[in-house]
Design a protein around this ligand. Structure first.
Ligand code: CTP
Length: 490
C-alpha cells in the first residue's frame, strides 16, 4: 500500500481507538476528523491546524496535505511523505501590483509548507497592496524590489536572482506586467529578472475582465504562450470592484501550488504514448421526454481511474454518462446520455492500448420512447413498461475480432456471489480483469455504500484467480489499478 494509504488507515484506526483529547476539548467532532483524514474537502481554521493535527497524530504539513482535496492525490501523497515536487526547490515569486497580491501571503505559506524556499520580488505597485514586511516575514527571506539598489546588486544582483532559481512564479501577473514581458522590457527589477530568466516561468494573471479581453492583453497572452510561459487561471467570478464579474480573478493559491508542482514534477510517466478508453458514470435511458431509467452510479470511481491513468502520462479518453462531478484534469471527455451513445462513443475511440469499463450501464431501456409525456389516463398508469436489452459495450469490445485493446478491464457490481458472478463476466465479456465490488447497501462501506460513496473494497478477478484488496478510497483504488495497467502495458 502506498504511503498515503497506510497513513490514512493508521490515522483512522487511531481515531477509533484513542480518546482524542485535544480535539474534543476544542469541540471537534469525530466525523469531522474522519472526513479530514480521508481527504474530503473540509476547511480548518488556521489557528486550529496544530490542535487538529495533534488530535489525529499527524504533523501540520501532513494534515494540510490531506485536507487540501483540491490538490491531486499524488501531491497529497507526496506531501504526506514529505515529497512534494516543490520540496527543496527554489521558487522566485514575483508579486505584481494588483488587489490579488494579498493572496500571495497564503501562496508563500503553502509553498513553504511543502518545502520550497521562496524568494520574493515585489514591483513598486505591489507594495501598495501588501507590505514588504509581511511578505518577507512569511517567506523568511528579504524582499527584493529595486533594480538599482546598490546593496542588492552587489550582494545578489538581478541576473543571479533570475538564474539561481528552479521556478519563477508571477502572481498576480497584471496586464502591465504581461505586456512588459511580451515586449521584452526590462526597466524594473521584476521585468529585468523575467527577461534574464532561465527557469520555467508560471504566471497567474489577475485583472479586470475588460482588461483581460482587451486586444492588447490578448496579444500579450498569445506572445507569452508562444514564448513558452506557463499560465494558471485566471478564473471567472466576482471582481474586487463592486458589481463587476467575469474572467480575471487570480487562481487560488492552492491551484498555483498544484501548477508549480506539475511543472517541477519529475515522476516517471510509464503510460506516455498509450491511449486508454475509460467509461464511467450511469446511463440515462429515456422513457418519455421527462422520465428516464437510471441507477445510483456517481462516476467517482471511473473518473478517479481516468485521472490516475492521466497522471501516469496516458492519453485518456473518458466516455462519461450524466454525472455531477467535474471532468478529471488532463483527460479528454465525451459526454453521453444513453447506453447506445456510450457504445458508439467508446467504439469510435478505438484502436486503443487498453480499455476500462467502469460505467454502470443501464441493462435495459424502454422498448419505445414516447414522444409526448405519458399521461395517467384516468388514474391508471401504464400496466407495464416494455423493456428491451441494451448492447453490452464491454462484451462487444472485449470480444472484438479486430480492434480488441491489448488490455480490457471490466467491473462487476454484485450484491451476492461476488466471485462466482464476477468470474462468469470475465469469461463472457472477454476481459483480462474484472474489478468486482459488493454494491449491497450492507457491504459495510461508509454510510452510503459503494455506489455514490468515496470508498470501495474490491476483488480483482483474472484467469489467475481472485485477489482481495482492503477497503480504501476510490482514489487509492484508481492509483493501484493505474499501476497495474502500467505494468501490463510495459
Ligand atoms: N457493461 C457494459 N455494457 C452494458 C452492461 C455492462 O459495458 N450494457 C459493463 C460494465 O461497464 C462493467 C461490466 O460490464 O464493466 C459489468 O457490469 P454489470 O452491471 O456488473 O454486469 P451486467 O453485465 O449488467 O450483468 P448483471 O446486471 O446481470 O449483473
Amino acid at each position: 500500500m502506498s504511503d498515503i494509504g497506510k497513513f490514512v488507515e493508521e490515522r483512522l484506526s487511531a481515531l477509533k481507538k484513542r480518546p482524542i483529547t485535544a480535539a474534543t476539548e476544542a469541540g471537534l467532532e469525530r466525523s469531522y476528523l474522519r472526513d479530514l483524514i480521508v481527504g474530503k474537502k473540509q476547511t480548518i481554521r488556521a489557528d486550529m491546524i496544530e490542535k487538529v493535527a495533534e488530535a489525529i497524530g499527524a504533523t501540520p504539513q501532513q494534515l494540510i496535505a490531506l485536507q487540501s482535496g483540491e490538490a491531486p492525490a499524488r501531491f497529497a501523497e507526496a506531501a504526506v511523505a514529505g515529497r512534494s515536487p516543490v520540496d527543496g526547490k527554489r521558487v522566485l515569486l514575483i508579486i505584481g501590483g494588483g488587489i490579488a497580491a494579498y493572496k500571495c501571503l497564503d501562496l508563500i505559506r503553502r509553498l513553504r509548507e511543502r518545502g520550497a524556499a521562496v524568494r520574493p520580488v515585489m514591483t513598486r505597485a505591489a507594495a501598495e497592496f501588501v507590505t514588504p514586511l509581511s511578505v518577507g516575514a512569511l517567506a523568511a527571506d528579504r524582499v527584493f524590489s529595486e533594480l538599482f539598489d546598490r546593496e542588492d546588486e552587489q550582494d545578489v544582483g538581478h541576473i543571479r536572482l533570475a538564474r539561481e532559481t528552479d521556478l519563477i512564479v508571477v502572481a498576480p501577473a497584471t496586464a502591465d506586467l504581461m505586456a512588459k514581458m511580451a515586449a521584452g522590457l526590462a526597466n524594473d527589477l521584476a521585468s529585468a529578472i523575467l527577461l534574464a530568466a532561465g527557469a520555467p516561468v508560471l504566471i497567474a494573471p489577475a485583472m479586470n475582465p475588460h482588461m483581460w479581453t482587451h486586444p492588447a492583453t490578448r496579444r500579450s497572452r498569445e506572445t507569452l504562450k508562444s514564448d513558452g510561459i506557463h499560465f494558471i487561471g485566471p478564473n471567472a467570478g466576482e471582481m474586487a470592484e463592486s458589481g463587476e464579474a467575469g474572467v480575471g480573478r487570480m487562481a487560488e493559491p492552492l491551484e498555483i501550488v498544484v501548477a508549480a508542482e506539475t511543472l517541477l514534477d519529475t515522476t516517471p510517466r510509464p503510460l506516455t504514448g498509450k491511449r486508454i478508453v475509460v467509461t464511467s458514470g450511469p446511463t440515462h435511458e429515456p422513457i418519455d421526454p421527462v422520465r428516464y431509467i437510471a441507477n445510483r452510479s456517481s462516476g467517482k470511481q471511473g473518473h478517479a481511474i481516468a485521472a490516475a491513468l492521466a497522471r501516469l502520462g496516458a492519453d485518456v479518453r473518458l466516455v462519461s454518462g450524466p454525472v455531477t462531478i467535474a471532468d478529471p484534469a488532463g483527460v479528454t471527455v465525451t459526454h453521453v446520455e444513453t447506453a447506445r451513445q456510450m457504445k458508439d462513443a467508446a467504439e469510435a475511440l478505438l484502436p486503443a492500448d487498453a480499455a476500462i469499463f467502469a460505467a454502470a450501464v443501464a441493462d435495459w431501456r424502454a422498448a419505445t420512447e414516447a414522444d409526448e409525456k405519458m399521461k395517467k389516463e384516468g388514474g391508471k398508469g401504464p400496466s407495464s413498461l416494455p423493456l428491451t436489452e441494451n448492447p453490452d459495450i464491454l462484451a462487444g469490445i472485449g470480444n472484438h475480432q479486430k480492434l480488441r485493446p491489448r488490455l480490457v478491464i471490466g467491473f462487476a457490481a454484485e450484491t451476492d456471489k461476488l466471485i462466482e458472478h464476477g468470474t462468469a463476466k470475465l469469461k463472457r465479456k472477454g476481459a483480462d480483469y474484472i474489478v468486482a465490488n459488493d454494491v449491497s447497501p450492507d457491504s459495510g462501506i461508509g454510510g452510503s455504500g459503494v455506489m455514490g460513496g468515496d470508498r470501495n473494497r474490491i476483488t480483482l478477478l483474472s484467469s489467475e484467480g481472485a485477489e482481495e484488496w482492503p477497503e480504501m478510497s476510490k482514489d487509492e483504488v484508481a492509483a493501484r489499478l493505474a499501476a497495474l495497467v502500467a505494468e501490463r502495458l510495459a
